[in-house]
Design a protein around this ligand. Structure first.
Ligand SMILES: [Fe+2]
Length: 271
């Protein structure tokens, strides 16, 4: 079984609201979909960890649905700081069993569970997880034996860049870490928000951040300024569950057409 983890498409029907988003982000998202469907090993499941839309309008999500329509496998999305709950629910709620007050969900697929948490604070770049969601998540971990893929837009672990760490998960991270360390089942934590792909171990398990096809940051800057952009390939992750039940994670790279606006990109945008 193959599970694709991608993030931060920042699709908008009109001009992007976010400064660094490339103007052709919707066309780039279509290239990503073509790449997913034309791979020799096509994923069985596509997980998108937030900022699917750039502004979160109904038109943005209608366009996103159209872009994602060629994907024949289930596509699951959690909200990022650029999404809007009501509009995202209207677009995806028929396929994803979102909660009544936020966009948390749980779904089962052939021996694994996917749980999504909703860290969106409307109007804010940073995110939060309240006790209500964490109580629910902790209880869900006790309810099954299958391994869990946990989707959460804002990373609860540091990226290594002070600029983004100041706008990551601002509430609930310590408790989430304690819950994961005590989990009776293995949990693989998938995040976005940072627009830079990296992965490692956190809270006793695997944790990853996917890159973004809309814009990505160069690695290696740890100051408080926004890092410089890169026009390198879009980086995402393909998780492979082998026949013996073990998971291995492969980097997936997609070369994108060079953006023509890099020198003019303002430095004061949001992730
Ligand atoms: Fe983003």
């Amino acid at each position: 079984m193959l599970i694709a983890h991608l993030s931060d498409f920042h699709i908008s029907a009109g001009p992007p609201e976010t400064a660094p988003v490339r103007r052709d982000a919707a066309a780039i998202a279509r290239l990503v979909v073509v790449d997913l469907m034309s791979r020799l090993q096509r994923p069985d499941l596509v997980l998108i960890t937030g900022d699917l839309a750039d502004g979160g309008s109904a038109a943005d999500y209608a366009l996103a649905r159209d872009i994602l329509a060629p994907l024949t496998m289930p596509v699951l999305v959690v909200p990022g700081n650029h999404d809007r709950r009501n509009e995202m629910r209207a677009a995806f709620g028929a396929d994803i069993p979102y909660g009544p007050t936020d966009l948390r969900f749980e779904m089962g697929f052939d021996g694994l569970r996917v749980i999504g948490l909703d860290s969106l604070i409307p109007g804010k770049v940073e995110g939060a997880l309240g006790d209500d969601q964490l109580d629910w998540f902790e209880a869900r971990l006790q309810q099954g034996r299958d391994p869990v893929f946990l989707m959460l837009h804002h990373p609860p672990f540091p990226s290594g860049n002070a600029h983004w760490d100041a706008s990551a998960l601002r509430q609930g991270g310590a408790r989430l870490e304690a819950i994961l360390r005590a989990s009776p089942v293995p949990v693989r934590l998938l995040c976005g928000h940072v627009h830079q792909a990296f992965h490692g171990l956190w809270a006793g398990g695997y944790a990853a951040v996917a890159g973004s096809p809309a814009f990505q940051y160069a690695f290696g800057f740890d100051g408080e300024d926004e890092p410089p952009l890169t026009d390198g390939p879009f980086v995402w992750w393909m998780h492979h569950r082998r026949a013996d039940g073990q998971f291995f994670t492969h980097p997936a790279l997609l070369a994108l057409p060079p953006r023509d606006d890099l020198p003019a990109v303002p430095r004061a945008g949001f992730p």
